[in-house]
Design a binder for this molecule. Structure first.
Ligand SMILES: Nc1ncnc2c1ncn2[C@@H]1O[C@H](COP(=O)(O)OP(=O)(O)O)[C@@H](O)[C@H]1O
Ligand SMILES: [Mg+2]
Length: 174
């Protein structure tokens, strides 16, 4: 029986369905950084942020801006492509930045300590798809993609909010 004819199932309107999604146009790197700064202010222990997008989409730039903003001071934030995990013990929050690009099989994740990272702080992960179901489904997904013919500067970002993020999603709009 389809949803619309089953009286026992609530009818989800388009507006409601969009409560967990936000799509923004980011004309340049400054706009990407500004979004990351807004997210930095909302981040709390136990949060998972998944950064999705092709190589060069801007995932590391986004994570760098987020961590630097929350640190409130200049900070070196290298890409964790080779170390896989970088931990930042900031004044009011521990942020772990991981890059799972090189993970070939989800079983390799066990030694990275991502569960512990979520238990004692916030976890920001590039290529979360590589973890399969080993990372919690309740997360904020930040999906970045380049806009063809924008001189490589513009991005479209789709934000998808899990349950713990829905109330915070609107604060991410400019
Ligand atoms: N609007 C934008 N948002 C993010 N990065 C941008 C933007 N415009 C240009 N760039 C450039 O694109 C590159 C993104 O690289 P990076 O963040 O390492 O990508 P990823 O981690 O997704 O592979 C950087 O060189 C950055 O300066
Ligand atoms: Mg990267």
């Amino acid at each position: 029986m389809s949803r619309s004819t089953d009286p026992s199932s609530p009818i989800i309107t388009d507006t409601e369905r969009e409560q967990d999604r936000l799509r923004l146009f980011l004309p340049d790197l400054a706009a990407t950084r500004a979004l990351a700064r807004r997210l930095a202010a909302l981040l709390r222990p136990g949060d998972l942020v998944g950064l999705e997008g092709e190589l060069g989409a801007g995932k590391t730039e986004f994570a760098r801006a987020l961590i630097t903003a929350r640190a409130g001071a200049p900070l070196e934030v290298p890409s964790p492509t080779f170390t896989l995990v970088q931990r930042y013990e900031l004044d009011d929050l521990v942020i772990t930045h991981a890059d799972l690009y090189r993970i070939a099989d989800p079983s390799e994740l066990d030694e990275l300590g991502l569960d512990e990272a979520l238990a004692d702080g916030a976890l920001v992960v590039e290529w979360p798809e590589r973890a399969g179901a080993r990372l919690p489904a309740d997360r904020l997904t930040v999906r970045l993609r380049e806009v063809p013919s924008s001189g490589e500067r513009a991005r479209i970002v789709e934000l998808e909010a899990g349950p713990s993020w829905i109330a915070r999603l609107r604060a991410l709009a400019p």
